[in-house]
Structure formats: C-alpha cells, structure tokens
Design a protein around this ligand. Structure first.
Ligand SMILES: Cc1cc2nc3c(=O)[nH]c(=O)nc-3n(C[C@H](O)[C@H](O)[C@H](O)COP(=O)(O)OP(=O)(O)OC[C@H]3O[C@@H](n4cnc5c(N)ncnc54)[C@H](O)[C@@H]3O)c2cc1C
Length: 212
C-alpha cells in the first residue's frame, strides 16, 4: 500500500467515532436527486440514459468537447492494458423495525464479519419525518470483492503498475484534442463527493478558459 493511504484512516486520541471530521457535514437538501434534476433542467442539455459512450461516439464531431467520466482504459480500447479495480457487492434488505442501527453508516472492523459496512438510509434524512418514523427501514451491506470483467469498478488499486498505466492513458488523453478525463473513474482516483464537485467545477473553468 502506498504510504499516503494511512492518511485516510483516522487516528484518534478522543472518543469521536465519526468517520469524517469536517466541521460541516451533510448532503444536499432532499438528497442528490433534486440537485442533479436542477442542474440538468436546461434546454441545452439532453440526457440519454442507458446509452454507452461507444453508442454515440460516431456522432461526436472534432469541434465537440468530450468530458469522459468512464474508465480511461476502456475509452482507449485497452491499448496499453487493463487498469485494476476493486469491486463491491451490495446486499439490500427491508427490516421491520423503526431504527436498525441508529446511524447512517456503521463500519465493521471485525475479521469475522464478511461485510465492510452497513448503511441505513433513513438516517441521512431525519427531517423527512414521514419516512423516518415508519416502522420499517432499508439497509444495505457492502461486501468487498475482486473486480472481474463486467463488474462495476469501484476503487482504483494504487500500485506502481496501475500508476504507470494510468499515466500512459492520461498522456494519450492530453494529446487527444477536446477530451477531458473526469470524475473518479476518469481520474483513476478515489474522491469524496465534495472533491468530486470541486473537480467538476475546476474542469468547467479550465475548458471555459480554453474556449475564450
Ligand atoms: C463504494 C463507494 C462509496 C463512497 N462513499 C462516499 C461517501 O460516503 N462520501 C462521499 O463523499 N463520497 C463517497 N464516495 C465517492 C463518490 O461517490 C464518488 O466520488 C462520486 O460519485 C464520483 O462521481 P463521478 O461522477 O466521478 O462518478 P460516478 O458517479 O461513478 O459516475 C460516472 C458515470 O459514468 C458512467 N459511465 C462509465 N463508463 C461509461 C461509458 N463507457 N458510457 C456511458 N457512461 C459511462 C457510469 O455508469 C456512471 O454513471 C464513494 C464512492 C464509492 C465507489
């Protein structure tokens, strides 16, 4: 493991059991869906769901900018080889209890527990009282697994092999006009939501500067 990973693991000399220590923590009002609905509600934006980049690639002209948020090795047809990832299985359950674990996310550290954490979504929105007070709750457990073709890539594996490979793809992208590799997959980097949003805004500013 690269040494900087240790910085992601909080070391405490107090009894604060929260994962993050940011002064302000939260999610957008109503969750992310209204935020994205608002962002996309512009007549200049067309959303095509269930459409792979490869399906529309031919209709993209040389003047168009492409911000590609998929895996870079896939974009370049695995020219230099495959990047490695970790994947996850999610097991969902509805439990007939008002409050299952008292908190949005419980991390599991025990080696005898096969899942890494349990989410209980209602705790993200205690203000949504109608749902919050129901005598049932939705939980989801995360099981870490090796990535195989067809799985969703979740976590990049930060080894010298992957770093070198990614650098090659990045170089290729830099030499491809009007192409930006963006987001957690395109950057081959684990980033939290705040950093993801910041990176997206920075990317927009860079493109704007390039265009003006
Ligand atoms: C397991 C996990 C847990 C996390 N937990 C937290 C957390 O607790 N707090 C926090 O702040 N952040 C968390 N994050 C980080 C945060 O979720 C991500 O950084 C953020 O969602 C990244 O946004 P994105 O748009 O870059 O990528 P994504 O949300 O993955 O979006 C990329 C999109 O591109 C699409 N795509 C890929 N390839 C193609 C293609 N060829 N054609 C068409 N579409 C394609 C994908 O389907 C996907 O919809 C977590 C991330 C993971 C993986």
């Amino acid at each position: 493991m690269p040494s900087y990973i240790i910085k992601r693991l909080p070391f405490r000399t107090n009894y604060n059991s929260d994962y993050f220590v940011d002064r302000y923590q939260g999610i957008p009002i109503g969750g992310y869906q209204p935020l994205f609905n608002g962002l996309l509600a512009n007549r200049l934006i067309t959303v095509k769901l269930n459409t792979a980049y490869e399906d529309v690639a031919k209709s993209i002209t040389k003047q168009d900018w492409v911000i590609y948020t998929g895996a870079p090795d896939q974009f370049f047809n695995y020219k230099y080889g495959k990047l490695e990832w970790r994947s996850l299985d999610f097991k969902w359950e509805i439990i007939n209890v008002r409050d299952y674990q008292g908190i949005a996310v419980m991390n599991e550290a025990g080696i005898d527990i096969p899942y890494t954490r349990t989410h209980e979504f209602k705790h993200f929105h205690p203000e949504a009282e109608k749902i919050y007070n129901q005598e049932k709750t939705v939980i989801c457990r995360e099981f870490s697994k090796e990535y195989k073709d067809g799985d969703t890539p979740y976590y990049p594996i930060d080894t010298p092999y992957n770093r070198e490979l990614y650098a090659k793809y990045l170089n290729l992208a830099k030499n491809t006009p009007n192409l930006v590799l963006g987001g957690r997959l395109g950057m081959y980097k684990y980033i939290d939501m705040d950093k993801t949003i910041k990176a997206a805004l920075d990317t927009f500013e860079n493109i704007k500067t390039n265009l003006l």
